[in-house]
Design a protein around this ligand. Sequence first.
Ligand SMILES: Cc1cc2nc3c(=O)[nH]c(=O)nc-3n(C[C@H](O)[C@H](O)[C@H](O)COP(=O)(O)OP(=O)(O)OC[C@H]3O[C@@H](n4cnc5c(N)ncnc54)[C@H](O)[C@@H]3O)c2cc1C
Length: 401
Amino acid sequence: MTAAVRAAERGAHVGIVDDNATCGGQIWRGAEEEHGPDAATWGSQLRNADIRKLFGMRAFQQPEAGVLLAEGSNDVCELHYTNLVMATGARERFLPFPGWTLPNVMGAGGLQAMVKSGLPIRGKRVVVAGTGPLLLAVTAYLRKQGAEIPILCEQTSWGSLARFSIGLALHPAKIAQGLQLKKELAGIPFVANSWPIAAHGGQVLESVTISRSGKTEVIRCDYLACGFHLVPNVELQSLLGCQMSGGYVQVDEFQRTSVKGVFCAGEPTGIGGVELALVEGQVAGLAAVGETKAAQRLFGERRKARRFARLLDRTFRLRSELSGLPSAETIVCRCEDVPYSRLQEHRSWRAAKLHTRCGMGPCQGRVCGPATQFLFQWNPDSVRPPVFPARVESLGRVGSD
Ligand SMILES: Cc1cc2nc3c(=O)[nH]c(=O)nc-3n(C[C@H](O)[C@H](O)[C@H](O)COP(=O)(O)OP(=O)(O)OC[C@H]3O[C@@H](n4cnc5c(N)ncnc54)[C@H](O)[C@@H]3O)c2cc1C
């Protein structure tokens, strides 16, 4: 949004493509006033700018340099560009544990998105567990919608959270957000050193066993909202040949990737939250239209936001105990039903893929890839087109005129 607005303001011919039905990405989903002043301002600037908007379209392939193919529910289109800013965001990281595939065990952000889309949650008991600040935002939201939250389990230690609080001193806006959240979460037991070890139920989830400072406890619930921080969506950038570093897209000071004319902003360059995404988008949009002086004026703001990203990274690093959660029968690749024991027979992501079909289902390793990276230290070694499942007639466009 911010890249498109800044580039359009300078007179560039701009188009925005997003597979969501509306603008605003994961956090704002619509970018209306109810999401706060930033959402309202950027949302109205985007709506009023001379920008071609293609919502509900997903870019899935690059048939040739300077062209992307994007698919909607009924059509497919070719997107021709001179400069491309990729801001593909992030997704939740899931870690397998016994019972994690039971209905009503959901991603924390995923459950929030479903409630925003109309899933009734009033009066339901929701255990929230995993790691990262998204858990707090989701808990506050679910409570506001009438859910009962018996416990919020955070895997990181109290010491790590204390260092995080000290680190927040450099980010006054975050302190204000934190205090607001504290108010909204008052009365909900928040427990550090705690994570889910098993989910139980017949047809659907009925209870969760958690580890709490070394002791186990069973909690009755209707939903488990569970996510272990975020992983960047970098598949499209990989497909275009952008250089990666530590799992993120490598960019220079103007958000330029290693591929000429391709820029990257937001979570794919480092998980840093909304402020970092907003400023990186502006830098990329300005740099893409040659306004490097204006882009440079935002470097200070970006430096500060990046410091927060590093703080997040340190605080919510996964503890090693979590890699011991799956049992031999625990499904790790849920698209292809591959249990943990079958993966233990292999030494690399590629070998596991070839022998078990792990990562070859509809999600194309988006869920089990980050999980096996943590469990076995495997690195996905290639991305193949299409990066998302696409209809046969859409694939038929590849190479045609
Ligand atoms: C499920 C979820 C819920 C979240 N909820 C919150 C919250 O409540 N509060 C909070 O502070 N932070 C939340 N976050 C963190 C949030 O992602 C960041 O703070 C911020 O939105 C990052 O902005 P971004 O522009 O980098 O990515 P995003 O906001 O994720 O925007 C990326 C957009 O690109 C689209 N996209 C990706 N690939 C393609 C493609 N190939 N073709 C077309 N479109 C594509 C995505 O659908 C998305 O709309 C959430 C994250 C997730 C994953």
